[in-house]
Design a protein around this ligand. Structure first.
Ligand SMILES: CC(=O)SCCNC(=O)CCNC(=O)[C@H](O)C(C)(C)COP(=O)(O)OP(=O)(O)OC[C@H]1O[C@@H](n2cnc3c(N)ncnc32)[C@H](O)[C@@H]1OP(=O)(O)O
Ligand SMILES: CC(C)C(=O)C(=O)O
Length: 561
């Protein structure tokens, strides 16, 4: 029994590579991508995909642009074997796509695997055996030489069988499984032996795939291991050096990126990080990380929602709402300062300029998402988010001080209700607060008459439900309305007045004017808002709305009524 559970574990030793080059490397082109969604992804599901789901996933992977797809472990099940046959016999494999099949380095399984690919135009036959000390000692009980021979004999068998099916171009892929936990010299020895057994040449390359079968160290260590292989493998020009990172430590994406910087040519993984345990490296993230660096990854995620839906339906596993690039919430800001910065960023972002919107590493539109859910409002939100939704959803551009005032109203609401408010909720709240506020004054209509020295107005209202007509004169309708209110003992001043047209038109097809009036009344300062096709009507509505919000005292009303 260990005093501390942590003492059960050994630190992973660093790689002796003092002159490592990869930290200064810059990824300048995408790797060859290989999707193993239908193999590593599939073997780790509660319920592996049936033929229909496999076909659906295969077609989508082709559409995304994968040119290499591991479609099955044909010796594992009849479903997998049949799927390979269906792909070949049904001519489902596009001319520029190469399917890949996996098998252990065991003769009967290799024979069955080769039988599954008969008639294919081109196929990658992927052989693996684990080579680390634990597997040599515990699982296989084999010496290093025996483990190496297992790989070499299998490669020779594939080579011999491939020679008997000249209609099919067979590409050899070998994975020293548990590579990251293996002595590097021994991994090289086995891989070099495979390269030789396959007789790889620059024109007939072998794929040497170095898996982090289990992620055992920080991603820089994986990069060191890959750079070491890159620099030391024999016949390097005849080898496609491939990565297969798993995500046990949560750093598979970093490991893949560092591995490419370290010299790898190819990356294997799954969409959204499906795969054994914590998953294979997430190819969506690695690819789109490149996109955000100004490089097209060669994979098309321009309809991310459709890709996500297909993967969810095929795997029966939901995508986490915070999954990079794809989750429902990854383009959503709830917090006030984020919303404020995003709103300001959108306001200055030019269509064809470099993307520069704060907090959004990528334009959601490039992934087929819209801007609707970028800003969502809850109790953590501030004026920016509320203003953004009012503007983007309802075309109402509020003056800054109204934003501050109204966000306080929204804040009270979210504090009381505890949950998110939708744009529609906010719109209702805005209407209730400013437009429909009819107490104590309810506006009905007005008549305006031009006079020599200004304008005279008569405003019909209800005061606490009692009809009344207010009359006044002024140098314009707003002034006249203020004077009319004074006749009732309501001494209001207009501190600021703005009129804007609202984005949307009314149902009658007219443009709507929105008047924002900041009213000072009874030592209070409140905004009033009016909305109407007629600008003067909107202004008078706004003044009365502001007066109501200032809370005119009933005594004053009684006197004037
Ligand atoms: C890291 C990875 O993801 S590798 C891919 C793993 N995927 C799968 O295993 C899914 C498909 N697998 C299967 O359906 C089955 O395991 C089969 C058909 C491949 C083999 O089935 P079985 O022969 O019943 O063996 P089983 O499943 O118990 O696997 C353990 C055996 O495989 C051997 N083995 C494991 N890996 C390898 C290998 N790479 N090369 C040769 N033998 C291996 C073990 O030594 C053990 O042999 P033993 O029974 O003689 O002790
Ligand atoms: C077969 C190999 C590549 C594998 O899946 C792994 O090591 O994780």
């Amino acid at each position: 029994m260990h005093a501390q559970p942590s003492q059960k574990y050994r630190p992973f030793p660093p790689v002796n590579l003092a002159d490592r080059q990869w930290p200064d490397a810059v990824i300048s082109q995408p790797p060859v991508w290989m999707s193993t969604d239908l193999r590593d992804g599939n073997q780790s599901l509660f319920e592996p995909m049936d033929a229909g789901k496999k076909m659906r996933m295969f077609k989508m992977l082709c559409q995304i642009g994968f040119k290499e797809i591991e479609v099955a472990f044909p010796a594992a099940s009849q479903t997998d074997f049949n799927f390979v046959r269906t792909l070949i016999e049904g001519n489902h494999i596009p001319a520029d796509v190469t399917i890949e099949v996996l098998t252990q380095a065991r003769e009967p399984l290799i024979r069955r695997t080769m039988a599954s690919v008969r008639g294919a135009r081109r196929v990658i036959v992927h052989i693996y055996n684990a080579i680390s000390p634990t597997f040599r000692d515990v699982v296989f009980n084999m010496s290093k030489d025996e483990v190496k021979a297992m790989a070499v004999e299998s490669v020779k068998l594939v080579k011999a069988m491939a020679a008997e099916m000249p209609e099919t171009e067979v590409i050899m892929q070998y994975s020293p499984e548990t590579f990251t936990a293996t002595e590097l010299e021994f991994a090289k020895e086995v891989c070099d032996a495979v390269t030789e057994a396959w007789d790889a040449t620059p024109a007939r390359k072998v794929i040497i795939n170095c898996p982090a079968t289990v992620e055992v160290a920080t991603p820089n260590i994986y990069a060191d291991q890959i750079e070491w292989m890159h620099r030391n493998l024999a016949r390097r020009d005849s080898v496609i050096l491939s990565l297969h990172p798993h995500n046990d430590r949560g750093t598979a994406v970093a490991a893949a990126e560092f591995g490419v910087m370290a010299g790898a040519d190819r990356v294997e993984g799954c969409l959204f990080g499906h795969g054994e345990r914590t998953g294979n490296v997430d190819l969506v993230t690695v690819a789109l990380n490149m996109y955000t660096q100004g490089m097209h990854p060669g994979l098309d995620f321009s309809d991310m929602n459709a890709v996500g839906r297909t993967v969810e339906e095929c795997t029966q596993i939901d995508i986490h709402p915070r999954h990079p690039y794809a989750g429902d919430l990854v383009f959503t800001a709830f917090s006030g300062s984020h919303q404020d910065a995003i709103k300001k960023g959108f306001a200055v972002q030019q269509e064809d300029a470099h993307w520069n919107v704060p907090y959004l590493p990528i334009d959601p539109k490039d992934l087929g998402r819209n801007y609707d859910s970028i800003i969502r409002v809850n109790s953590q939100s501030g004026k920016g988010g509320v203003a953004y939704l009012m503007e983007s959803q309802y075309g109402v551009v509020m003056p800054r001080r109204l934003q501050v005032e109204f966000s306080g109203v929204v804040q009270q609401y979210t504090d009381a209700h505890g949950s998110e408010v939708t744009a529609a909720d906010i719109w209702q709240l805005f209407n209730r607060t400013y437009i429909e506020s009819a107490s104590p004054l309810r506006f009905h209509d007005y008549q305006l008459q031009s006079q020599e020295d200004g304008q005279a107005i008569r405003i019909s209202v209800d005061i606490n439900g009692v009809p009344a007509v207010l009359g006044g004169q002024g140098n314009g309708p707003v002034d006249a309305a203020i004077q009319a209110l004074q006749g009732m003992g309501i001494y209001a001043q207009v501190r600021s007045f703005e009129e804007r047209s609202v984005g949307a038109s009314t149902s009658a097809g007219e443009a709507t004017a929105c008047a924002f009036v900041e009213v000072v009344c009874q030592d209070k300062v409140c905004y009033g808002v009016g909305m109407h096709a007629n600008i003067v009507t909107a202004s008078i509505q706004a003044i009365i709305s502001g007066v109501n919000r200032c809370g005119v005292a009933p005594a004053v009303m009684a006197k004037s009524a």
